[in-house]
Design a protein around this ligand. Structure first.
Ligand code: DGL
Length: 264
């Protein structure tokens, strides 16, 4: 099979990566996608070491390569922080992370050079966003806020929690008043973007836009863009319960999905 017809692998600790996949489907609709959601091992962003996350990502990479992927997109900030460089040293296929896009989008959109980043505990503690943003522009002030409850609540169904507004409010209140933009530095968070918008009326930035541009450029540079003009539906493999993942994913993507459960 010609490399152009190989697939794009997209992975996350669970549901979050579908927010990136949705963008990729819109911008690169003729590529074929495999989505791996490691919901049986979620969350990645609290209670796991860097080495544990690297091991989980290695297993996912092997699965995606066995299933004929030509490129892998790590649609998870936590996995990008913990494992992007590690995986790049071990695999020969191109791998795209998400944090660099998040940093660039912050630089391009904050005129006051003051941003806040909502993320997992692991990402916040790593200072990855602060370091990346300040590498591009040292004058930026970056407030990193670890929203510990968000990912598990989104995985279980955000709407089913009576205290979701209270929890959201707690983190919104931690955003300094002089910040002009908020980066959603965890791919799960765009799923609740409408709720965030109601409480935060400044600019909200989703790094997925940049990932899609980076992927397009990479496929063109390597001349591996799929030139069949046939849209194929993405196939989902998840390691957790289908009845938790499927309804949220279908609601967010706006269509029925083909999904299989695999061992974690
Ligand atoms: N969606 C992931 C991220 O972008 C991680 C969520 C988690 O498993 O803690 O960081």
């Amino acid at each position: 099979m010609c490399k152009k017809n190989y697939k794009i692998g997209v992975f996350d600790s669970g549901l979050g990566g579908i927010t990136v996949l949705k963008r990729l489907l819109k911008d690169l609709p003729y590529e074929e996608y495999i989505y791996y959601g490691d919901s049986g091992n979620a969350p990645y962003g609290s209670g796991k070491t860097k080495e544990e996350i690297q091991d989980l990502c290695t297993k996912i990479m092997d699965f995606l390569i066995e299933n004929n992927c030509k490129v892998v997109v790590i649609a998870c900030n936590t996995a990008t922080v913990a494992a992007l460089e590690y995986l790049k040293e071990r695999y020969s296929i191109p791998i795209i992370g998400i944090v660099d896009s998040g940093a660039k989008i912050a630089i391009q959109n904050s005129s006051l050079k003051k941003v806040a980043v909502f993320s997992t505990e692991f990402t916040a503690n790593s200072d990855a966003y602060k370091n990346k943003i300040q590498k591009y522009d040292r004058d930026f002030e970056v407030t990193q806020i670890a929203c510990i409850e968000f990912c598990p609540m989104i995985e279980k169904g955000w709407e089913t929690f009576d205290n979701n507004q209270e929890i959201l409010g707690k983190y919104i209140n931690r955003i300094p008043n002089d910040v002009d933009s908020l980066v959603l530095g965890c791919t799960h968070y765009p799923i609740i973007e409408d709720y965030i918008k109601k409480k935060f009326n400044r600019v909200i930035l989703d790094p997925a836009v940049g990932v899609s541009l980076e992927l397009k450029k990479l496929l063109e540079d390597l001349d591996i863009r799929n030139d069949n003009k046939i849209k194929k539906k993405p196939i989902f493999f998840i390691t957790g319960e289908l009845d938790k993942f499927k309804p949220t994913a279908e609601k967010f993507l706006g269509e029925e999905i083909e999904i299989y459960r695999i061992p974690k």
